[in-house]
Design a protein around this ligand. Structure first.
Ligand code: NAD
Length: 334
């Protein structure tokens, strides 16, 4: 099948070409998919996109009117796709539901350890010949309480790792995962998780029910000095509420791999530009905030699995085979 691959970086091309083994005719485009760039996919039966591409109703209409009937996501989350519009336009949507939950869970642990032991600050200090320990005091993770919101694939692996550190586990999810209970995690209401966790980590999808899950009220309910981590989706957090929490000291540290307005920033080299997002610029000025640019998924294992699954998904649809990774407008059954 002829596939228009949007948002192509060198690594996408490398891994997709390796997985493709000349099965499909892949044409790589650097721009993101949106209503202005959709025309690039004219006469391509398939378009392949990532997290910052915008597959809204207007964009999908342009794709459909030019002959595209398959949208292959190179990611798990599909909050950037209007699934209802896709269904109405006859566009099949497929995704990569799991590539390496270890990649994201391990990156989450990296943020926790760095923030706690101030490794990001120590790295800079040592380069400047400053060997003072002032300001680098951390705490033992052993016996601390970690609250995990969203206990699916990534949340479960994080729970296993943190159990290994000797942490107590609290959990919140709309479905209870028996694997978590087997680890000794206690499912509680959100309010109780906020009130009793030393570290809170978000691993639920972004949907209307979870938008700004972390807002002023939630921050108020948290323990003073809490560490908050988000490697899921930026809009789970109201960045203004969290900034207030950081300024008052209620939030002791923040680690984020995702940010609500990240589409304007992440995956690009903006080192010579003037960043216009004042909320983001304020956040990165805090010494107790660590931001990574949506890289939690970025391991060889995960990128290779994303490419393999994407190529297989496209082949399934091309050959009219049922594709287990197809997503539809109705909620996915658990
Ligand atoms: P998953 O589907 O296995 O788990 C998500 C869990 O969230 C499920 O157990 C689900 O029941 C739960 N959930 C749904 N609604 C909820 C709600 N209202 N409150 C609490 N929990 C709720 O997904 P996963 O593979 O563990 O991925 C989790 C999230 O991580 C994804 O949604 C995605 O946004 C994000 N992610 C980020 C990166 C990255 O590079 N930073 C990479 C992959 C995934």
């Amino acid at each position: 099948m002829k596939v228009a691959v949007f948002s192509t970086k060198a690594y996408d091309r490398q891994f997709l070409e390796a997985a493709n083994r000349n099965q499909h005719d892949l044409v790589f485009f650097e721009p993101r998919l949106n209503r202005d760039t959709a025309i690039l996919a004219a006469a391509f039966p398939a378009a392949c996109v990532f997290v910052h591409d915008q597959a809204d109703a207007v964009t999908l209409e342009i794709l459909a009117s030019r002959g595209t009937h398959l949208l292959a996501l190179r990611c798990a989350g599909f909050n950037n796709v209007d699934l209802k519009a896709a269904a109405e336009l006859g566009i099949t949507v497929v995704r990569v539901p799991a590539y390496s939950p270890y990649a994201v869970a391990e990156h989450t642990v990296g943020l926790i350890l760095s923030l706690n032991r101030k490794i990001h600050r120590a790295y800079n200090r040592i380069k400047e010949g400053n060997f003072s320990l002032d300001g680098l005091l951390g705490f033992d993770l052993h016996k601390r309480t970690v609250g995990i919101i969203g206990t699916g694939k990534i949340g479960q692996i994080l729970a296993q790792i943190m159990k290994g550190f000797g942490c107590n586990l609290l959990a919140y999810d709309v479905y209870q995962n028996p694997e978590l209970e087997a680890l000794g995690a206690k499912y509680v209401e959100l309010e109780e998780l906020f009130a009793n966790s030393d570290i809170i980590s978000l691993h639920c999808p972004l949907m209307p029910e979870t938008h700004h899950l972390i807002n002023d009220k939630a921050v108020e309910q948290m323990k003073s000095g809490v560490m908050l981590i988000n490697t899921s989706r930026g809009a789970l957090i109201d960045a203004t509420a969290v900034t207030k929490g950081l300024k008052s000291g209620k939030i002791g540290s923040l680690g984020i791999d995702v940010y609500e307005q990240e589409a304007d920033l992440f995956f690009e080299d903006l080192s010579s530009a003037i960043i216009q997002d004042d909320v983001f610029e304020r956040l990165i000025m805090f010494p107790n905030v660590l931001v990574t640019g949506h890289q939690a998924f970025f391991t060889e294992n995960a990128v290779s699995k994303i490419a393999e699954t994407t190529i297989a998904n496209i082949a399934d649809i091309e050959q009219n085979r049922p594709c287990a990774n197809e997503i539809r407008a109705e909620p996915i059954a658990h």
